[in-house]
Design a protein around this ligand. Sequence first.
Ligand code: ADP
Length: 258
Amino acid sequence: MNESTLKKSLSKLNLGGLRWFDSIGSTNDEALAWATEGAKDLSIVAADEQTQGRGRLNRRWFTPKGSALAFSLILRPPLRPHLSRTVGLAALSIAESFAQSGLSPQIKWPNDILLNGKKTAGILVESVWSGEDVDSLVIGMGINIYKSSVPPADILQFPATSLEEILGSKPPKREEILLGILTSFIHWRERLGTDELIHAWEEALAFRGEQVEVKGGGEIPISGKVDGLESDGSLRLKDLHDNSVIVRFGDVSLRPAA
Ligand code: ADP
Protein backbone atom coordinates (compact mmCIF):
# COMPACT_ATOMS: atom_id res chain seq x y z
CA MET A 1 0.00 0.00 0.00
CA ASN A 2 1.25 3.46 -0.83
CA GLU A 3 -0.32 6.85 -1.43
CA SER A 4 -1.24 6.22 -5.06
CA THR A 5 -2.74 2.72 -4.58
CA LEU A 6 -4.68 4.08 -1.64
CA LYS A 7 -6.02 7.07 -3.57
CA LYS A 8 -7.01 4.80 -6.45
CA SER A 9 -8.91 2.37 -4.20
CA LEU A 10 -10.75 5.12 -2.36
CA SER A 11 -11.53 7.25 -5.41
CA LYS A 12 -15.19 6.13 -5.49
CA LEU A 13 -15.79 7.49 -2.00
CA ASN A 14 -16.51 11.09 -1.30
CA LEU A 15 -13.74 11.65 1.25
CA GLY A 16 -12.84 15.05 2.68
CA GLY A 17 -9.10 14.55 2.20
CA LEU A 18 -6.31 12.03 2.57
CA ARG A 19 -2.88 12.25 4.21
CA TRP A 20 -0.53 9.28 3.86
CA PHE A 21 2.66 8.71 5.86
CA ASP A 22 5.31 6.00 5.45
CA SER A 23 5.94 6.46 9.15
CA ILE A 24 4.24 8.60 11.77
CA GLY A 25 4.03 8.90 15.56
CA SER A 26 0.27 8.36 15.77
CA THR A 27 -2.38 8.78 13.06
CA ASN A 28 -4.80 10.03 15.76
CA ASP A 29 -2.39 12.83 16.78
CA GLU A 30 -2.04 13.96 13.16
CA ALA A 31 -5.82 13.77 12.65
CA LEU A 32 -6.51 15.73 15.86
CA ALA A 33 -4.14 18.47 14.68
CA TRP A 34 -5.69 18.48 11.20
CA ALA A 35 -9.20 18.64 12.66
CA THR A 36 -8.14 21.66 14.74
CA GLU A 37 -6.87 23.32 11.54
CA GLY A 38 -10.28 22.74 9.89
CA ALA A 39 -10.06 19.37 8.09
CA LYS A 40 -13.22 18.48 6.17
CA ASP A 41 -15.65 15.76 7.23
CA LEU A 42 -14.45 12.24 6.31
CA SER A 43 -10.79 13.18 6.02
CA ILE A 44 -8.35 10.33 6.56
CA VAL A 45 -4.84 10.00 7.92
CA ALA A 46 -3.24 6.63 7.13
CA ALA A 47 0.24 5.30 7.79
CA ASP A 48 2.39 2.29 7.03
CA GLU A 49 4.00 2.44 10.48
CA GLN A 50 3.18 4.11 13.81
CA THR A 51 6.06 4.69 16.19
CA GLN A 52 3.83 6.01 19.00
CA GLY A 53 0.52 4.25 18.24
CA ARG A 54 -1.89 4.65 21.16
CA GLY A 55 -4.62 2.57 22.74
CA ARG A 56 -6.79 3.91 25.52
CA LEU A 57 -5.13 5.46 28.60
CA ASN A 58 -2.00 5.95 26.49
CA ARG A 59 -1.39 2.22 26.26
CA ARG A 60 0.85 1.33 23.32
CA TRP A 61 -0.69 0.16 20.07
CA PHE A 62 1.86 -1.89 18.14
CA THR A 63 2.05 -1.00 14.38
CA PRO A 64 5.32 -2.17 12.81
CA LYS A 65 6.09 -1.16 9.23
CA GLY A 66 4.10 -2.85 6.47
CA SER A 67 2.14 -5.05 8.88
CA ALA A 68 -1.17 -3.40 9.63
CA LEU A 69 -3.90 -1.07 8.49
CA ALA A 70 -3.59 2.01 10.69
CA PHE A 71 -5.74 5.03 10.00
CA SER A 72 -7.80 7.78 11.61
CA LEU A 73 -11.03 9.18 10.31
CA ILE A 74 -12.17 12.74 11.05
CA LEU A 75 -15.91 13.32 11.54
CA ARG A 76 -17.22 16.84 11.42
CA PRO A 77 -19.71 17.79 12.58
CA PRO A 78 -19.86 14.95 15.09
CA LEU A 79 -22.93 12.85 15.33
CA ARG A 80 -24.87 14.41 18.15
CA PRO A 81 -27.07 13.29 19.82
CA HIS A 82 -25.59 9.86 19.13
CA LEU A 83 -21.96 10.44 20.12
CA SER A 84 -21.94 7.39 22.37
CA ARG A 85 -22.87 5.13 19.44
CA THR A 86 -19.80 6.14 17.43
CA VAL A 87 -17.51 3.42 18.74
CA GLY A 88 -20.18 0.85 17.79
CA LEU A 89 -20.44 2.33 14.32
CA ALA A 90 -16.68 1.90 13.90
CA ALA A 91 -16.64 -1.60 15.39
CA LEU A 92 -19.50 -2.73 13.17
CA SER A 93 -17.73 -1.38 10.08
CA ILE A 94 -14.57 -3.36 10.82
CA ALA A 95 -16.63 -6.46 11.66
CA GLU A 96 -18.54 -6.22 8.36
CA SER A 97 -15.33 -5.89 6.37
CA PHE A 98 -13.95 -9.04 8.07
CA ALA A 99 -17.20 -10.87 7.32
CA GLN A 100 -16.66 -10.01 3.63
CA SER A 101 -13.54 -12.18 3.79
CA GLY A 102 -15.69 -15.08 5.04
CA LEU A 103 -14.69 -14.61 8.70
CA SER A 104 -16.85 -14.53 11.85
CA PRO A 105 -15.82 -11.42 13.77
CA GLN A 106 -17.09 -10.53 17.23
CA ILE A 107 -17.02 -7.19 19.02
CA LYS A 108 -15.50 -7.21 22.49
CA TRP A 109 -17.37 -4.25 23.93
CA PRO A 110 -16.57 -1.48 23.71
CA ASN A 111 -13.66 -1.11 21.31
CA ASP A 112 -12.02 -4.33 20.09
CA ILE A 113 -12.76 -6.78 17.28
CA LEU A 114 -12.02 -10.44 17.83
CA LEU A 115 -11.42 -13.31 15.42
CA ASN A 116 -11.42 -16.79 16.98
CA GLY A 117 -11.62 -15.03 20.35
CA LYS A 118 -8.39 -13.07 19.76
CA LYS A 119 -7.96 -9.34 19.35
CA THR A 120 -7.45 -8.43 15.70
CA ALA A 121 -8.44 -4.75 15.66
CA GLY A 122 -8.83 -1.89 18.10
CA ILE A 123 -10.56 1.48 18.02
CA LEU A 124 -9.68 4.73 19.78
CA VAL A 125 -12.23 7.59 19.61
CA GLU A 126 -10.99 11.04 20.62
CA SER A 127 -12.65 14.45 20.41
CA VAL A 128 -11.68 18.01 19.57
CA TRP A 129 -13.51 20.45 21.82
CA SER A 130 -14.56 23.98 21.08
CA GLY A 131 -15.64 25.43 24.42
CA GLU A 132 -18.42 23.21 25.73
CA ASP A 133 -19.05 21.58 22.36
CA VAL A 134 -17.46 18.70 20.51
CA ASP A 135 -16.20 20.26 17.29
CA SER A 136 -15.03 17.06 15.62
CA LEU A 137 -14.28 13.43 16.36
CA VAL A 138 -11.25 11.39 15.41
CA ILE A 139 -11.74 7.64 15.14
CA GLY A 140 -8.50 5.71 15.07
CA MET A 141 -8.58 2.12 13.86
CA GLY A 142 -5.72 -0.36 13.99
CA ILE A 143 -6.22 -3.65 12.17
CA ASN A 144 -3.72 -6.52 12.34
CA ILE A 145 -3.31 -7.69 8.75
CA TYR A 146 -0.04 -9.65 8.54
CA LYS A 147 1.41 -11.91 11.22
CA SER A 148 4.12 -9.32 11.92
CA SER A 149 1.47 -6.96 13.35
CA VAL A 150 0.86 -9.17 16.40
CA PRO A 151 2.77 -7.96 19.47
CA PRO A 152 4.89 -10.41 21.47
CA ALA A 153 2.73 -12.41 23.87
CA ASP A 154 4.51 -11.09 26.97
CA ILE A 155 3.24 -7.53 26.45
CA LEU A 156 -0.35 -8.58 25.78
CA GLN A 157 -3.15 -8.50 28.34
CA PHE A 158 -5.47 -10.25 25.91
CA PRO A 159 -4.52 -12.76 23.17
CA ALA A 160 -4.05 -11.24 19.70
CA THR A 161 -4.00 -12.46 16.12
CA SER A 162 -3.98 -11.19 12.52
CA LEU A 163 -6.07 -11.70 9.40
CA GLU A 164 -3.20 -13.60 7.79
CA GLU A 165 -2.99 -16.02 10.71
CA ILE A 166 -6.75 -16.65 10.79
CA LEU A 167 -7.18 -16.96 7.03
CA GLY A 168 -4.14 -19.23 6.77
CA SER A 169 -3.37 -17.54 3.47
CA LYS A 170 -2.55 -14.16 2.02
CA PRO A 171 -5.06 -11.59 3.32
CA PRO A 172 -6.81 -9.10 1.02
CA LYS A 173 -4.83 -5.95 0.24
CA ARG A 174 -4.93 -3.31 2.95
CA GLU A 175 -6.50 -0.72 0.64
CA GLU A 176 -9.31 -3.17 -0.20
CA ILE A 177 -9.98 -3.77 3.48
CA LEU A 178 -10.00 -0.02 4.10
CA LEU A 179 -12.48 0.49 1.25
CA GLY A 180 -14.74 -2.18 2.79
CA ILE A 181 -14.57 -0.57 6.24
CA LEU A 182 -15.29 2.93 4.93
CA THR A 183 -18.16 1.77 2.73
CA SER A 184 -19.77 0.06 5.70
CA PHE A 185 -19.05 3.07 7.93
CA ILE A 186 -20.77 5.47 5.51
CA HIS A 187 -23.76 3.12 5.25
CA TRP A 188 -24.19 2.81 9.03
CA ARG A 189 -23.46 6.46 9.74
CA GLU A 190 -26.63 7.35 7.87
CA ARG A 191 -28.46 4.96 10.20
CA LEU A 192 -26.69 5.99 13.39
CA GLY A 193 -29.88 6.87 15.24
CA THR A 194 -31.77 3.70 14.29
CA ASP A 195 -32.62 0.56 16.28
CA GLU A 196 -31.21 -1.36 13.33
CA LEU A 197 -27.70 -0.19 14.23
CA ILE A 198 -28.03 -1.22 17.88
CA HIS A 199 -29.43 -4.57 16.76
CA ALA A 200 -26.57 -5.26 14.31
CA TRP A 201 -24.00 -4.20 16.94
CA GLU A 202 -25.66 -6.40 19.56
CA GLU A 203 -25.70 -9.40 17.19
CA ALA A 204 -21.94 -9.06 16.79
CA LEU A 205 -21.15 -8.87 20.54
CA ALA A 206 -18.63 -11.36 21.91
CA PHE A 207 -19.43 -13.44 25.04
CA ARG A 208 -23.23 -13.10 24.72
CA GLY A 209 -24.86 -15.11 27.47
CA GLU A 210 -21.44 -15.74 29.01
CA GLN A 211 -20.13 -14.63 32.36
CA VAL A 212 -17.65 -11.71 32.13
CA GLU A 213 -15.90 -9.19 34.34
CA VAL A 214 -15.65 -5.52 33.46
CA LYS A 215 -12.86 -3.59 35.13
CA GLY A 216 -12.67 0.18 35.42
CA GLY A 217 -10.02 2.44 36.94
CA GLY A 218 -9.31 0.91 40.32
CA GLU A 219 -12.89 0.01 41.15
CA ILE A 220 -14.22 -3.43 42.00
CA PRO A 221 -14.95 -5.30 38.75
CA ILE A 222 -18.56 -5.65 37.66
CA SER A 223 -19.55 -9.26 36.94
CA GLY A 224 -22.46 -10.69 35.02
CA LYS A 225 -23.62 -12.41 31.87
CA VAL A 226 -23.54 -10.36 28.66
CA ASP A 227 -27.17 -9.62 27.86
CA GLY A 228 -27.17 -6.87 25.22
CA LEU A 229 -26.94 -3.13 24.63
CA GLU A 230 -28.89 -0.12 25.83
CA SER A 231 -30.01 2.40 23.23
CA ASP A 232 -26.96 4.62 23.91
CA GLY A 233 -24.64 1.65 23.32
CA SER A 234 -23.98 0.98 27.03
CA LEU A 235 -23.46 -2.71 27.84
CA ARG A 236 -26.18 -4.56 29.76
CA LEU A 237 -25.18 -7.49 31.97
CA LYS A 238 -27.41 -9.79 34.03
CA ASP A 239 -26.22 -10.40 37.57
CA LEU A 240 -26.68 -13.57 39.63
CA HIS A 241 -30.23 -12.51 40.56
CA ASP A 242 -31.10 -11.83 36.92
CA ASN A 243 -31.11 -8.07 37.51
CA SER A 244 -29.82 -5.82 34.74
CA VAL A 245 -26.54 -4.03 35.41
CA ILE A 246 -25.63 -1.27 32.98
CA VAL A 247 -21.97 -0.62 32.18
CA ARG A 248 -21.39 2.87 30.80
CA PHE A 249 -18.59 3.79 28.43
CA GLY A 250 -15.31 4.81 29.92
CA ASP A 251 -11.92 3.25 30.14
CA VAL A 252 -13.27 -0.15 31.02
CA SER A 253 -11.90 -3.54 29.97
CA LEU A 254 -14.05 -6.60 29.50
CA ARG A 255 -12.68 -10.09 30.11
CA PRO A 256 -14.24 -13.55 30.26
CA ALA A 257 -14.69 -14.56 33.91
CA ALA A 258 -11.81 -16.60 35.32
P1 ADP B 1 -8.19 -3.12 26.01
O1 ADP B 1 -9.41 -2.76 25.23
O2 ADP B 1 -7.77 -4.55 25.79
O3 ADP B 1 -8.26 -2.78 27.45
P2 ADP B 1 -6.82 -0.96 24.55
O4 ADP B 1 -7.96 -0.80 23.64
O5 ADP B 1 -6.47 0.15 25.44
O6 ADP B 1 -6.93 -2.29 25.42
O7 ADP B 1 -5.54 -1.34 23.66
C1 ADP B 1 -4.21 -1.32 24.15
C2 ADP B 1 -3.71 -2.71 24.51
O8 ADP B 1 -3.80 -3.56 23.38
C3 ADP B 1 -2.21 -2.70 24.86
O9 ADP B 1 -2.05 -2.57 26.24
C4 ADP B 1 -1.69 -4.05 24.37
O10 ADP B 1 -1.78 -5.03 25.38
C5 ADP B 1 -2.66 -4.44 23.29
N1 ADP B 1 -2.10 -4.26 21.90
C6 ADP B 1 -1.21 -3.33 21.45
N2 ADP B 1 -1.00 -3.44 20.15
C7 ADP B 1 -1.79 -4.46 19.72
C8 ADP B 1 -2.02 -5.06 18.44
N3 ADP B 1 -1.41 -4.64 17.33
N4 ADP B 1 -2.89 -6.11 18.41
C9 ADP B 1 -3.53 -6.55 19.51
N5 ADP B 1 -3.36 -6.03 20.74
C10 ADP B 1 -2.50 -4.99 20.84
